[in-house]
Design a protein around this ligand. Structure first.
Ligand SMILES: NC(=O)c1ccc[n+]([C@@H]2O[C@H](COP(=O)([O-])OP(=O)(O)OC[C@H]3O[C@@H](n4cnc5c(N)ncnc54)[C@H](OP(=O)(O)O)[C@@H]3O)[C@@H](O)[C@H]2O)c1
Length: 292
């Protein structure tokens, strides 16, 4: 697995029971395409390659496009070529941010893309490079990821609530929050199936994975506070439009992912997002230095 310290990578490692070998940035810099190729060539006897690493700084990418493309597109391209040369399956993680947000309903895998910023465009270039260079490759798009680790909306809300009685939260962005742990469970639970699937099998290509239920940031913030502190007054949430937080990268307002293909191919309907959110919050509260 490329990635060791990220939100998703950590969940894969925790659940992997020693079956997963992780390469951190110190082991292999994804911006170095030859290092990526060598890592796959030297990976030894592995069932599949998972790319959970990415340049994920959405706003910073606007001024660091070269680095974003190197990590999100050219590194994965080298990975796909090297996997294809060894006939190794590749699972590459992508994002809802390849969509423009203009659609009213949920986005299916084959809906037109239109990334509104450099990060989304670099991830889209990565998807295309992976699928063009490896016939046994799955590109899994996920959205609004949360977990006990890393930098995500859950942690941001809990941190801000410590010192602010009122929080301004955007109310015009909608998507399906997704637990990194549920994505990890899906990948690990189907690793043998991916490893056995021949080129042309339905397992390959683009696939959406997101927990059930589309929601707004305001609704998600309210759920976080209700789950974290059921017995005390929640911070007041002031709904504001996205434009209230000027950012370098323009945000898409609707990136709801349609997961019907996941159900058709794998027979899987992800559970509602509130369930893993409650579990993650409870896990955070049981940690020795919990501030939640
Ligand atoms: N977070 C979300 O809400 C979200 C939503 C949709 C899709 N995704 C996608 O899901 C995947 C996993 O995201 P995440 O939230 O787990 O990301 P994350 O927590 O930001 O972790 C990113 C990982 O990539 C590594 N990385 C960054 N630059 C690298 C480089 N040059 N060489 C090697 N490794 C490098 C980081 O290593 P360091 O620790 O050394 O920086 C870190 O391990 C990504 O493909 C992302 O695009 C995420």
């Amino acid at each position: 697995m490329f990635g060791a310290t990220g939100q998703l990578a950590r969940e894969v490692l925790v659940r992997g029971d020693g079956r997963v070998r992780a390469l951190s940035r110190a082991d292999v810099d994804l911006a170095d395409a030859s290092a990526v190729r060598r890592a796959v060539e030297r990976a030894g006897d592995v069932d599949l390659v998972l790319n959970a690493a990415a340049y994920t700084a959405v706003d910073k990418a606007e001024s660091e496009a070269d680095q974003a493309y190197a990590v999100n597109a050219y590194g994965p391209e080298a990975m796909a070529r090297a996997c294809a040369a060894r006939d190794l399956p590749l699972i590459h993680i992508s994002t809802d941010m390849v969509f423009s947000g203009a659609k009213a309903g949920a986005y299916a895998e084959d809906d037109p893309v239109g990334p509104p910023h450099v990060y989304g465009a670099s991830k889209l270039a990565g998807e295309e490079a992976v699928l063009a260079n490896a016939r046994r490759a799955a590109v899994i798009r996920i959205s609004w990821v949360f977990s006990t680790h890393g930098s995500n909306f859950l942690h941001l809300m809990l941190r801000l609530a410590q010192t602010n009685p009122t929080l301004k939260v955007v109310d015009d962005q909608r998507a399906r929050p997704t637990a990194a742990g549920d994505v990890a469970d899906f990948i690990l639970g189907h690793a043998a199936r991916f490893a056995a699937a021949p080129a042309g099998a339905p397992e390959w290509g683009r696939l959406h994975f997101a927990n059930a239920g589309v929601t707004s940031r305001v609704e998600m913030a309210a759920a976080i506070f209700q789950l974290a502190w059921p017995d005390r007054p929640a911070p007041e949430i002031e709904p504001v439009p996205t434009s209230a937080f000027p950012a370098a990268a323009r945000r898409a307002l609707n990136t709801e992912l349609d997961t019907r293909r996941l159900e058709q191919v794998f027979g899987l309907s992800p559970r509602p997002w509130r369930e893993p959110l409650a579990e993650v919050i409870s896990q955070l509260q049981s940690e020795p230095r919990a501030v939640v």
